[in-house]
Design a protein around this ligand. Structure first.
Ligand SMILES: *Cc1c(COP(=O)(O)O)cnc(C)c1O
Length: 412
């Protein structure tokens, strides 16, 4: 007689019956595979391959190829901005934008951002001056800009962190009053809007990242967007060694060109980007439903009524939380979930900035977020149902935090 096939393994219950069911305390992990923050979501392989093959067939692999031009055109339309220039990454994009604007001296920027924002400034020999961020949107606080701006300030560089618009109206007004450019690091902002429009046409210039970990990915890549035609032309020149055409060099430049394979991947992913945003919105809703009753937790919400990619699922532990953020990170690692802490240290506490004369400024919101913020997995690797299960386990840990904490190593 044939053996009956084994029953399909039943999933681990989202809510443990007892403490020992937590993976960190010896139970089976909630997920049978690793879930990551920033795992790339990709278009179907065949669609990626077809576009890469078209570049191979043409033997036009870089230097403003047709796929790069198509990506610029489609992203420019999507972002509703007259000039959209593809570059090989957002860090060089920021450097080229700052240089094309002729920025000198100090640049005011938030400390709570990816270190690349600060390094782009420093790399050009400019001086980053760090300000604190707003509690509500994690963007540069205009009051901090007012406090720290001096005649030496050459530009303001603000960030739409997590794709939430920073206080652009206030920052634009300050920049205008002081006659300096406002550069916006829009690395996170593809698919996100403000005031009823896509981000990408605010300030003097905006810079998107198309890095593999970002919402729309081109392996490595970036986009510089602006409404200023003369600036756009300088950026295009600087992106390609200052070379406008054969046998001509007009200015100093660098190599910030995007290649055709990156554009191929970016275009294939762009075809599916709106679907990805819907998927991420469902994940956000599933996490939100599961975490609604969790004590001491705040789930970052989009600006009401504005487009949002939901690529970043951002949690903040509040002072009332029963567990420390780092305890949750350890608990989740055991469940096969690589939740991530951001940005720790803040840029002002990272080298070379912390060792500057006078020492780093005290920036309370940046420092608190560095201790309390947690990011959860998004994208095609995880289903809304799984996000709900993960949220329920997290909520259970927080509801039983006092008991859970007695079984964990002491937090400093
Ligand atoms: C990723 C990121 C960058 C750098 O983008 P690259 O394309 O990797 O150079 C800059 N700023 C922020 C806020 C980022 O998250």
């Amino acid at each position: 007689m044939p053996m009956p096939s084994p029953p399909a393994s039943t999933p681990v219950p989202a809510e443990p019956a007892r403490l020992e069911d937590l993976a960190l305390l010896g139970g089976p992990p909630l997920f049978d595979r690793m879930l990551y923050v920033g795992r790339p979501s990709m278009a179907p392989d065949a669609e990626v391959h077809a576009r890469i093959q078209s570049a191979l067939d043409r033997r036009w692999l870089t230097n403003d190829g047709p796929l790069v031009q198509e990506l610029e055109r489609r992203c420019g339309e999507r972002l509703q901005v007259p000039h959209c220039i593809a570059v090989n990454n957002a860090t060089l994009g920021l450097e080229v934008a700052l240089r094309a604007l002729g920025v000198q001296g100090e640049v005011l920027l938030p400390a709570f951002t990816f270190i690349g924002t600060a390094h782009a400034v420093q790399w050009l020999g400019l001086t980053p001056v760090f300000g604190d961020v707003c509690d509500a949107d994690h963007g540069l606080d205009p009051a901090e800009v007012e406090r720290r701006i001096t005649p030496a300030t050459g530009a303001i560089l603000a960030v739409h962190l997590w794709g939430r618009a920073c206080a652009v109206e206030a920052l634009e007004a300050i920049a205008r009053r002081h006659g300096i450019p406002l550069i916006l690091d829009a690395a996170h902002a593809m698919g996100c809007g403000h005031a009823g429009r896509p981000l990408g046409s605010r300030g003097t210039v905006e810079v998107f990242s198309l890095h593999a970990t970002k919402g729309l990915n081109a392996l490595e890549g970036g986009l510089i967007t602006t409404g200023d035609a003369a600036l756009a032309e300088r950026i295009r020149l600087m992106r390609n060694f200052g070379i406008p055409g054969e046998d001509q060099v007009r200015c100093v430049g660098t190599n910030a060109k995007m290649n055709e394979f990156s554009a191929a991947v970016g275009l294939a992913n762009l075809d599916h980007f709106d679907d990805l945003c819907v998927h991420n919105q469902q994940l956000h809703a599933a996490y939100g439903a599961a975490l609604a009753e969790a004590p001491g937790l705040r789930l970052m919400q989009p600006e009401p009524g504005q487009a949002f990619s939901h690529h970043y699922i951002v949690l903040e532990l509040l002072p009332t939380a029963t567990l420390h953020r780092d305890q949750l990170v350890s608990l989740l690692r055991a469940e096969n979930v690589y939740a991530r802490r951001y940005f720790r240290p803040g840029c002002h506490q990272a080298e070379p900035y912390r060792s500057r004369p006078g020492g780093p400024p005290v920036l309370p919101v940046t420092e608190r977020l560095g201790q309390t913020l947690l990011q959860l997995p998004s994208g095609l690797q995880i289903t809304p149902e799984e996000a709900h299960r993960l949220g329920r386990r997290l909520a259970w840990c927080l509801r039983h935090g006092d008991a859970v904490a007695t079984r964990l190593p002491r937090m400093a």
